[in-house]
Ligand binder design. Sequence first.
Ligand SMILES: [Zn+2]
Length: 434
Amino acid sequence: MALLFRNATTLTMTAPTEGHPLRANVGIEGNRITMIDATGERTAEFVKRNADNLTDIDAQGQILMPGLINLHTHAAMTLMRSYADDIPLMTWLNDHIWPLEAKLTTDDITLGARLGIAEMLEGGTTTFADMYWDEAAVARQAIEMGIRTVVSPCFVDGRMEGFESDVVECVTVAKECDRVSVRVAPHAPYSCSKANLQRGLEVCRELNLAVHLHLSETDDEVAQIAAKYGCTPVEFIDSLGYLDLPAIAAHCVKLTDRDIQILRDKKVGVVHNPQSNMKLSSGTAPVWRLQQEGVSVALGTDGTCSNNDLDMWDEMRSAALLQKVSGNDPTVLPAYQALRMATVEGAKALGREGELGIVAEGALADIILVDTSRPHFHPLHDIVSTLVYCGKAADVKTVVVDGRIVVSDGVVVGLNYTELYTEVDQHVARLIRK
Ligand SMILES: [Zn+2]
């Protein structure tokens, strides 16, 4: 199976500081990008080689770029989207979200994940790092719908049961499909006891798994950890040994100089979630400072209760704007760096640099095509700026994951939307009633 996108405005994201799109024919064979032909000299040979099984697409007027990487979310929370808004974090969790989450069945999580994955795919997200309970169900949905995922079974005090069996099940599911990998997710330093965190670490080591956690999100968390352990959340998690493993840490809003040093030295992939941080009044993560200090910062939406969508375009824009407000400097976090956070840096944080998050020969064929025909793309002075400051999820028309077209003309291939929405309404009505 081969795909050929002709005359695409191709943004490879391979340069570190600025993007120079080139007009090229991009060829995919199997699950890899095998040709980026700017001169047109290699295309005839590509067509000849794949004549029996070629989908040949005219991509004139479209921007071909790497698929987006949403490095922190809770896909199944789509079922609780807009259920409880404009409430302080701890009240929101304790009185609204956690009681409802306790009622979720595997069927609910499967359905919520289906809705979330549909939304992510439509918006050009080709990889998502998820954290939740019953992650094996999320992994199975990801396999079925064609997206790439890093599922992270979560544990938290009072909900340890099922965690270890979920991890084992996820590992088994991941063996069936290259698009699935597994991490262990301690919910957060404030919500997990030291004993539970130590057990989680043992699970990581026993099964050779990396880590995905919430870290240093709020002042409240910092105060709790200081009172309990006499150090910062980053120092505490590091002292347990978690940061000696490959780790992605969501939020990292409240950081000391020492914390930043630890994150850099331990090569932690920080995941910035600007809209969630804004909505829950957590504060502004020091993204620009982290980047200047050499810390890799990727981008995530967080769950749909604190965002409330899974739109990475919104997230890129928010990240750039928020740094300019907090830094009182319009030059910080320029558009290309925001775009890198959603692509290259996400891949780097997952240890898959050079394979994901770029358009390059030999890289995995996770790419998207963005339509530029709508008014907000005109005039097109600067493609990168326009993508970041004007781009919308609905501009994504084609999505390819692992060499397969999973979104065509803006819709998820093979998905019955009417059936999905009916089922979501039924499940939500039952959950609220329970
Ligand atoms: Zn989260």
